[in-house]
Design a binder for this molecule. Structure first.
Ligand code: NAD
Ligand code: UGA
Length: 432
């Protein structure tokens, strides 16, 4: 099939590349000229394991190309995927649909023959209806179908999640469009995963409900971890003990610094904003948002407790600053909330991240980037393990640490407290 992917970000680039790898002819387009220039020079603008080889392979086979000529790409394609961002609208907490509607108007002006328009971006329920209204005004009077096909991939695992999905959800009322969508996904749904079709609004809500549910699981275990810290119980035992019940499952029960990223925070906010419009009280999701927002205060209090309230001129090293491991994405990373609080208490911050220096942290004058772990931790008073990269899991703190008073605060529980203790290292984790 001839596919056009509009928005070559984390979702668009991965989806486009995977569709090309499945034998389709794919054009990925974006308004960001720099991104397109990089992609055309073989530079992948994001960190996503395995993506570079896959992009190169498909470009070489002429199945994948990149352009900023969106109009032409729409005209030449049969299925158009909208993959632009839907960030939080700061005033209303709702999803900002500016980019989605820009694209819908572009499609309207280039609807030269029957096409399926697919929203892959996470959009509030009824957005598909609004896109349909825009497209109904196309001057060619062309027929079209708008379907919702939410994306469930995770950054860092994006290719695997796309190629071996738990489910592919497509929502729409046109049997023809659903059939075409199913045949597009056939190479991957054939394996073991499931293709689920529903109404368009249903598919839009499945996405938000899924993200809100996963966020709830994380906040739930984080609050139980707070209790474990007081009661001297290891949260890992609780996650394992609970997760063995198949109705609960052990995934997304890892306590940590709070959920971050470009999706859980914005999507939980957007779901609550949507429900408010329809006068429905999503009190559980609302509490999850509040609980997660309060996480940085709890972490600060714990840091003050373990450092005996003395942070003035103390050097704190963050190992990893992205919202989780295996991504370069800083969007709503928990450290962006914790670092300003630590600076306010008089601390200086050093950080190392496997994906390099971060623009978001350049605005703080007490934050410095180190090129490697040795340099980052050399004069440190407190080391905060913020993400669980494999290279952190291998660290030998006994050799690394010169200052014997240094404290390690492991926000991902990647080390065993007992081993740290026998090596004489002051070590604290989450919920244990
Ligand atoms: P992103 O910011 O990485 O990428 C969006 C891209 O769209 C950018 O490159 C931007 O330049 C481009 N764009 C904006 N306006 C455009 C226009 N008018 N025409 C062409 N291109 C335009 O965003 P993302 O993380 O890929 O997320 C995209 C959507 O997918 C969001 O709705 C998000 O909630 C959803 N989603 C994201 C993930 C994820 O892991 N990041 C997973 C599932 C769903
Ligand atoms: C999440 C969902 O997992 C995807 O299914 C979804 O497609 C995506 O959002 C989206 O809609 O954009 P992602 O944000 O890439 O994917 O990352 P996750 O692995 O879900 O982690 C989200 C946050 O929760 C991270 O900050 C992570 O550290 C935290 N987390 C996750 C925990 O604290 N504990 C866990 O057990 C799992």
């Amino acid at each position: 099939m001839r596919l056009c992917i509009i928005g070559a970000g984390y979702v668009g680039l991965v989806s486009g590349t995977c569709f090309a790898d499945m034998g389709n002819s794919v054009i990925c387009c974006d308004i960001d000229n720099d991104k397109i220039r990089k992609l055309n020079s073989g530079i992948i603008p994001i960190y996503e394991p395995g993506l570079e080889e896959m992009v190169k392979r498909n470009v070489k086979q002429f199945r994948l190309r990149f352009t900023n000529n969106i109009s032409e790409s729409i005209r030449k394609s049969d299925v158009i995927f909208i993959c632009v961002g839907t960030p939080t609208n700061k005033k209303t907490n709702d999803a900002n649909l500016k980019y989605v509607f820009q694209v819908a108007n572009k499609i309207k002006n280039n609807l030269n023959k029957y096409k399926i328009i697919v929203t892959k971006s996470t959009v509030p329920v009824t957005t598909g209806d609004k896109i349909e209204n825009i497209l109904n005004k196309n001057k060619f009077k062309t027929k079209f179908d708008v379907v919702s096909n939410p994306e469930f991939l995770r950054e860092g695992e994006a290719i695997r999640d796309f190629v071996v999905p738990d489910r592919v959800v497509v929502g729409g009322k046109s049997k023809k469009a659903i059939k075409i969508m199913k045949s597009l996904y056939l190479p991957i749904v054939k394996k073991s995963s499931r293709f689920f079709s529903t109404t368009r609004r249903g598919a839009e809500l499945v996405k938000y409900a899924s993200n809100a549910f996963l966020a709830s699981k994380i906040s739930f275990i984080n609050e139980i971890a707070n209790l474990c810290e007081i009661l001297e119980i290891n949260i890992e035992d609780i996650s394992v003990g609970m997760g063995l019940d198949q109705r609960i499952g052990d995934r997304f029960l890892r306590a940590g610094p709070g959920y971050g990223g470009s999706c859980f925070p914005k999507d939980t906010r957007a779901l609550v904003a949507l429900s408010k419009k329809f006068k429905i009280n999503l009190s559980i999701v609302n509490s999850v948002i509040k609980s997660n927002e309060n996480r940085s205060n709890l972490l600060l209090n714990r840091i003050l407790k373990i450092t005996k309230k003395n942070l003035t001129n103390k050097l704190i090293t963050f190992l990893g600053v992205t919202f989780k491991a295996n991504t370069d994405d800083m969007r709503e990373s928990p450290c962006l909330y914790l670092i300003p609080k630590l600076i306010k208490k008089g601390a200086k911050i050093n950080y190392y991240d496997p994906t390099g220096i971060k623009k978001n942290l350049e605005t703080f004058n007490k934050v410095k980037f180190s090129k490697n772990i040795v340099e980052a931790t050399k004069k440190s008073d407190l080391i905060i393990i913020h993400t669980e990269w494999n290279e952190f899991k291998q660290l030998n703190f006994k050799k690394l640490i010169k200052n014997k008073n240094v404290i390690i605060y492991d926000l991902r529980n990647i080390f065993t407290p007992y081993k740290m203790k026998i090596n004489g290292i002051k070590y604290f984790g989450i919920g244990r």
